[in-house]
Design a protein. Structure first.
Lengths: 310, 386
């Protein structure tokens, strides 16, 4: 049965679903990359995702319009980001802990709204597979990359865009300066607070979309705590990817390919207990963190609040 | 000098009351949410109060719920004081419970007291191992402990599901189609003594005793002093000759150990078997997270964490009653707990500002009146502020 894994159709299936599974991680982790590059650790990603997932699902279900659902997720994520920004920038709260607070808030509120507004698990017709003409006809590659839903394509486009913004624009320069040496950035006339407000709200927005990509594109349901740790893994992927968009892509793909592999192992009935198989991506993440993190330095001002001197 | 000492008690009182203000603020937000759900907040909160304190049984349930929060919270006091953010309470509870349960399931011919003691110690060690791994990873491989503890949670959940559905499953369940993931029931002799007719068990008392021990550990022993020194200033500690890495590991080992103890007590004091619904909270009741909330609320002080745990235990028990009486899902309380955390850490800014102002005043005093070495006041050392 193990040999079944190596047939062409199965391999293509593993790769295609691996890319699909990477989508929520990509949105959330790219958002987190921006906020961490500016010196802010946002641990509330999971809560933002849950609220985004619920908002997208509920709006899509009631209006039948998927893009309205995505917009709702963006709005909710941005609001959560705004709150997080106020607490971390103006009130200088400890970021690791306030993030846990926002996580619990999102976890509880999304569950509350789910029970009050929906009551039962319902399904929605999510984003369909959008085949890209011509490209999707390429054997193997077409099947893996070009027969996905639209949120997958957008997530993949987000990577070069994030790379471009961070490395080729003044905005990116400001973000990195604020994250490395806020005092110097401030003395050069960069508003540390404004840059961080921008990155945290952007992070919240993308976390919201990450939630939407789960509830109205990947799974097409909403359940209590449906992210089950995904947001925290997205934060880990930022460390894993050494705060670089391409590194984050590599980490997200590795993680979700292993995940996809273990799903296929179960589908094919290979006798590995499913609970043990589900463990694998987490163990792998720890191992890769051990191998990579000690060699890369995080942004110097990460988790340090900034206060202008007198 | 006189205005300085006069000023002292009021701000200190306000500091101590900050968490109370934070809770009131969260409950007010909760009231608004209840109004939006078209529920009378007064009715809802009264139901909560009744559910948590309304009868002897309610009070006992509150204390039963508070016990794991206190134990996890004690561990959090240790790790957060050492500037180590341990988010892994859930996993540490689970692993402690698994190992502790194995003791009771296998040593069936041992006397009850011996099994209970051995199980509690095993649970303590299980949590210590599960906390120690991220500790070593942080100290020696520079892996962020927030991330590794979260991963360790996920791994522990799968381990629990695997064991409770497979090797450790209750033989009776194994034959049924339902296959509820649970172990066999422990022998009656292995149960922690309880205060009949309620479910309040000896674990609550043990937890309070441990709170005093943790206080002594943190403020009266050199281990505790070094953990706190490393937390406040690792560089200075290193220059002072403290082996910083060792104390980072120790902080996580101890933190995990208390969570592990919380886990095994759920088995020997409450359920008499290990049972889950396949999620972490199915076994822990999210005590691994809520214990963090309680410890923060108690200002990371072991003794302060006692009333804080009772408060959050009351919220959890009360939430169930609220759910029954006014049909508001108890998830509301999870959301409010989150808000309490946010409000408490946000309110810290006032304490820090005041401290800064006091330092400035002290510095000015120092310039104006150079100190007289005979009249140094130990009360003013920065140690006391913690």
């Amino acid at each position: 049965m193990i040999s079944d894994l190596f047939s062409m159709t199965v391999l293509v299936g593993i790769l295609a679903s691996g890319i699909r599974l990477a989508t929520p991680y990509l949105y959330a982790a790219i958002g987190e990359t921006f906020s961490q590059r500016s010196g802010v650790l946002n641990l509330g990603v999971e809560g933002q995702m849950l609220l985004g997932a619920f908002a997208a699902f509920y709006v899509a279900l009631t209006t039948g319009n998927l893009w309205l659902g995505v917009s709702a997720a963006i709005g909710v994520g941005a609001l959560m980001g705004l709150a997080m920004a106020f607490v971390t920038i103006n009130l200088q709260a400890e970021q690791g802990i306030s993030g846990i607070g926002f996580y619990l808030f999102g976890l509880g509120l999304s569950d509350l709204l789910f029970q009050k507004l929906l009551g039962t698990v319902e399904t929605v017709k999510g984003f369909p597979k959008a085949q890209i003409p011509i490209l999707s006809d390429i054997p193997i590659i077409g099947e893996i990359f070009f027969r996905q839903n639209v949120l997958v394509y957008l997530a993949l486009l987000l990577i070069p865009l994030a790379w471009f913004v961070l490395n080729k624009t003044t905005l990116g320069l400001k973000i990195k300066a604020v994250g490395e040496n806020p005092e110097a950035a401030d003395s050069l006339g960069v508003s540390v607070a404004r840059v961080r407000y921008f990155t945290i709200i952007l992070g919240g927005t993308l976390s919201g979309v990450a939630g939407a990509s789960l509830s109205i594109a990947l799974l097409n349901v909403f359940q209590q705590n449906m992210t089950s740790g995904l947001g925290f893994i997205a934060v880990a992927l930022v460390y894993f990817g050494a705060w670089r968009p391409w590194g984050v892509l590599g980490g997200a793909l590795l993680f979700s390919l292993v995940n996809s592999l273990q799903l296929w192992v179960q589908v094919l009935g290979i006798p590995i207990p499913s609970d043990i198989a589900v463990m694998m991506p987490y163990i792998l993440t720890i191992l890769v963190l051990v191998l990579t993190v000690s060699r890369v330095r995080p942004p110097s001002a990460l988790t340090k609040p900034f206060e202008r001197g007198d | 000098m006189s205005d300085f000492s006069q000023e002292k008690w009021l701000p200190k009182l306000i500091d101590a009351a900050l968490p109370v203000f934070a809770t009131i603020a969260a409950l007010l937000v909760g009231a608004v949410m209840l109004l939006l759900l078209k529920v009378n907040p007064i009715e809802a909160y009264r139901a909560m109060w009744d559910g948590a304190f309304g009868s002897q049984n309610a009070l006992a349930e509150t204390l039963v719920k508070a016990t794991p929060l206190l134990l996890v919270g004690l561990g959090i006091c240790i790790s957060f004081r050492g500037d180590v953010i341990n988010i892994g309470g859930e996993g540490q509870m689970i692993v402690g419970a698994i190992l502790g349960t194995l003791v009771g399931l296998n040593l069936t011919d041992w006397p009850g007291w011996a099994v209970i003691i051995l199980a509690l110690v095993t649970g303590f060690l299980g949590g210590a191992i599960w906390g120690g791994i991220p500790g070593v990873l942080k100290a020696y491989f520079n892996v962020n402990e927030i991330l590794s503890t979260v991963m360790m949670n996920a791994i522990a959940v799968q381990l629990m599901n695997f064991l409770l559905r497979g090797p450790m499953i209750d033989p009776a369940q194994a034959e049924l189609a339902s296959k509820i993931p649970q172990t066999a029931r422990l022998l009656d002799a292995f149960r922690l003594p309880r205060w009949v007719p309620t479910r309040l068990h000896l674990g609550a008392l043990i937890a309070v005793g441990l709170a005093v021990l943790v206080y002594i550990l943190l403020w009266r022993t050199s281990w505790g002093y070094r953990i706190r020194a490393v937390g406040q200033n690792p560089d200075a500690s290193r220059y002072a000759g403290i082996k910083v890495k060792r104390y980072i590991v120790l902080a996580l080992v101890l933190s995990g150990a208390f969570a592990g103890l919380a886990g095994v007590m759920q088995v020997y004091g409450v359920n008499y078997r290990m049972i889950t619904d396949g999620s972490a909270s199915g076994f822990t009741g999210s005590a691994g997270f809520n214990g963090i909330v309680a410890a923060l609320f108690g200002q990371l002080h072991p003794i302060g964490t006692i009333p804080a745990s009772i408060l959050f235990g009351a919220l959890l028990v009360g939430a169930n009653k609220m759910q029954r009486v006014v049909q508001v899902p108890s998830a509301l309380i999870t959301a409010l707990n989150g808000l309490v955390v946010v409000f408490v850490v946000s309110s810290e800014i006032w304490r820090r500002r005041r401290q800064k102002r006091r330092m400035a005043v002290a510095a000015r005093e120092l310039e104006e009146h150079p100190p007289d070495p005979d009249q140094s006041d130990p009360e003013e050392s920065p140690e006391v502020t913690a």
